[in-house]
Design a binder for this molecule. Structure first.
Ligand code: NAG
Ligand code: NAG
Ligand code: NAG
Ligand code: NAG
Length: 250
């Protein structure tokens, strides 16, 4: 029991202590071999490997002293990995499924050292747009104004609705905002759709509605602004028309 908990806390420390490298989706990611060795000539062997939990692991590259690195990877990494002259791992065309732990191992002067980084792959979503727009907003009646879509990002974008550049938040009554996040098949990228239900007031005529995405890869993602026709639930002129028609018929 004692042994188990010791082992467990040791593992926990290892995991929480891991530094991350953030790579951009589709780009070449550099993961440095962070082992400091005074004399490069002392390095007998350098190896890169990856792992993720108990079932995912593999070798990527091996470099013997005075030789070029050779690829030992199979399948998805075979044609995407190389070793830089400074021993960094270069991983081309980064994907979300590459978010593993990458470990550099060096054998030198009778010693072995390892250094690991956790790879995180990020992508800015595509330009935001508002779809499923309301034809008009009726004063005092909560209406679905539109859906703001941020496609193919990682992590999921945080969408904020704006009226005249001021943040709108759900108040459970006049303003309701809800959101769905969908994982795109194949890429695993995340598409966020945020729907705004809005109850207009008279002075919302000409108001500009837009949405903004908050994302670690960029700040200024804003949709083109939209304006809406504001209508009265039953316009006065229309009502008097109906009244005069009714009088005619009676
Ligand atoms: C390493 O690769 C370079 C360039 O491809 C080549 O010129 C050189 O001969 C290779 N060295 C060894 C030791 O194989
Ligand atoms: C290692 O080499 C690569 C490729 O030449 C370079 O982009 C990178 O900045 C170098 N990294 C370090 C930590 O020196
Ligand atoms: C909102 O901000 C943008 C960019 O800062 C600006 O061009 C636009 O005129 C603003 N719109 C309103 C209604 O304030
Ligand atoms: C928002 O909530 C409504 C009511 O609960 C639901 O019908 C609708 O599908 C939701 N929309 C999204 C984008 O989640």
């Amino acid at each position: 029991m004692m042994h188990l908990s010791l082992l467990f806390s040791a593992l926990l420390c290892q995991v929480t202590g891991l530094e991350t490298v953030i790579g951009l989706y589709g780009k070449t990611v550099e993961i440095p071999c962070n082992i400091k060795i005074a004399k490069v000539e002392d390095i007998m062997l350098t190896k890169w490997k990856y792992s993720n939990g108990p079932s995912v692991a593999g070798d990527l590259l091996i470099k013997q002293k005075n030789e070029n690195a050779t690829v030992s990877a199979t399948k998805e990494y075979k044609h995407r990995v190389s070793m830089a002259a400074n021993f960094s791992l270069l991983l081309a065309d980064a994907k979300l499924t590459d978010q593993h732990t990458f470990t550099c191992l060096m054998v030198y002067g009778g010693d072995i050292k390892e250094y690991s980084f956790k790879l995180v792959v990020q992508k800015l979503p595509e330009p935001l747009f508002i779809t499923e727009k309301a034809e008009a907003l009726e004063i005092g009646k909560r209406t679905k104004l539109g859906t703001c879509v941020a496609k193919n990002g990682n992590p999921a974008a945080n969408i904020v609705w704006l009226k005249n550049n001021k943040t709108l938040s759900s108040d459970g009554n006049r303003i309701l905002i809800n959101e769905t996040v969908v994982k795109e098949p194949g890429s695993d990228l995340l598409t966020v759709a945020s729907t705004l239900q809005f109850s207009a007031e008279k002075d919302d005529t000409g108001a500009q509605f837009s949405c903004r995405a908050e994302h670690p890869q960029g700040r200024d993602l804003v949709s083109p602004p939209q304006t809406f026709t504001i209508t009265l639930s039953c316009p006065a002129e229309y009502r008097s028309d109906l009244l005069s028609q009714a009088e005619h018929h009676s």
